[in-house]
Design a protein around this ligand. Structure first.
Ligand code: ZN
Length: 383
């Protein structure tokens, strides 16, 4: 599969506007094309505002790169081989792949309504089983993995060391996100399956190690390499994917390819809370994207997400959405005014390239009006 490049969507702009993008403490000198891997959904349930925040921010990061004159290749995977999904499909008496496709359709509908661009590539895990097996074979060949009773385990001790977490923290997170540190087959509690055997209710493919299915981190590692190559510019996802998922994804790719770092920077988007707790289906405290969009314009929901630092957790309250709608009206009014400051469009791009500082870009656009406001509205997909 070749790299499919999305050209700059801002005609009439200079080809090079900024030389680098800062994301947190990483400063990326920009080359073109930029490769952005967005850790996508496990399609088994509804899309809430917490999911939307991740995908809207990833969308805007790509859009900012395009505004700076960089071509962007985006890959947003679909984790359609996953035990949570299999169980959800099973409970409804549906085949996992058919159930996943329907959930994917609902997700795509929500994303389209929110104005999130379609990614250049949207690989589904079940179509990349051969690539996962190739990854497993490479990790076995280089001594980074071992085979045991139908499993291929990746050696993960150094992943924890690199994460900066204590063993206790890492163990708690591994358990929370579906790994099993107490599995007695493993040499080390932090080894994770690249491949594992399936029981009769789980999807299974033939492999040199027996019939089975991939592990979650290996799926994203294999899809990223297959679609974008051995390294990427940005890995995006919710903050809760930092460990274990993205830590193991990177470690597997680096171990197999000897190319480091796998990701030049991360966009780990702050968690969205509601009523003081993390927004989640399991606890019932959530706002569905489809419900919010029934009552409010998509631009207001996007601005609710974007008008704050991308990396910080925040609490959703309806009053914030009303404030975002008012800001959006201000920006539309500013866009209709004549230009007052010729350098303001550059100031908007500079603010966005500086850690995606949307509040600063809004302040510039509001003050200057005219083309600066119109440019910001286009880059944030608010028009
Ligand atoms: Zn992933």
């Amino acid at each position: 599969m070749g790299l499919m490049v999305q050209r700059s969507t801002l005609p009439g702009q200079p080809l090079v506007r900024g030389a680098q993008l800062r994301l947190g403490d990483r400063v990326l000198p920009l080359l073109s094309p930029a490769r952005v891997y967005v850790c996508g959904i496990t399609p088994y349930d509804v899309t809430h505002l917490g999911h939307a925040a991740t995908f809207v921010w990833a969308d805007v990061a790509a859009s900012v790169l395009r505004a700076a004159g960089v071509d962007v290749v985006t890959c947003r995977n679909v984790t359609d081989v996953d035990d949570v999904l299999t169980r959800a499909a099973d409970a409804r008496g549906r085949a996992y792949d058919e159930f996943a496709l329907y959930q994917e359709y609902l997700f795509d509908k929500d994303m389209a309504a929110l104005g999130v661009h379609r990614p250049s590539h949207a690989p589904r895990a079940r179509h990349f089983i051969g690539q996962v097996q190739r990854l497993a074979a490479a990790l076995l060949a280089s001594g980074h993995a071992y085979q045991r009773e139908g499993h291929v385990y990746f050696r993960g001790r150094q992943v924890v060391a690199r994460s900066g977490l204590t063993a206790e923290q890492a163990r708690a997170l591994a358990q929370e996100y579906g790994d099993d540190p107490d599995d007695p087959l493993r040499d080390d509690p932090f080894d994770v399956p690249v491949w594992r055997p399936s029981d009769e209710r789980q999807p299974a493919w033939p492999s040199p190690w027996g019939p089975g299915r991939p592990g979650w981190h290996a799926e994203c590692a294999a899809m990223a390499v297959a679609v974008l190559g051995t390294s990427v510019d940005i890995v995006a996802g919710g903050d809760d994917l930092r460990f274990p998922h993205h830590a193991y994804q990177a470690a597997m790719v680096e171990a197999a390819t000897s190319v480091t770092p796998f990701a030049r920077a991360h966009l780990h988007v702050g968690t969205v809370h509601q009523g003081g707790a993390k927004m989640a289906k399991s606890t019932g405290n959530l706002s569905l994207v489809s419900d919010l969009l029934r009552e409010h314009p998509a631009g207001a929901v996007r601005l609710l997400i974007l008008d704050q630092p991308w990396h910080e957790p925040w609490d959703y309250e309806p009053a914030r959405l009303a404030a975002a709608a008012a800001t959006l009206e201000d920006l539309y009014a500013a866009a209709g005014r004549p230009d007052t400051s010729p350098g303001a469009t550059d100031a908007v791009i500079e603010a966005l390239l500086d850690n995606l500082d949307v509040p600063r870009a809004i302040a510039v656009a509001r003050t200057s009006g005219g083309e600066a406001a119109r440019l910001l509205l286009r880059v944030l997909s608010l028009v």
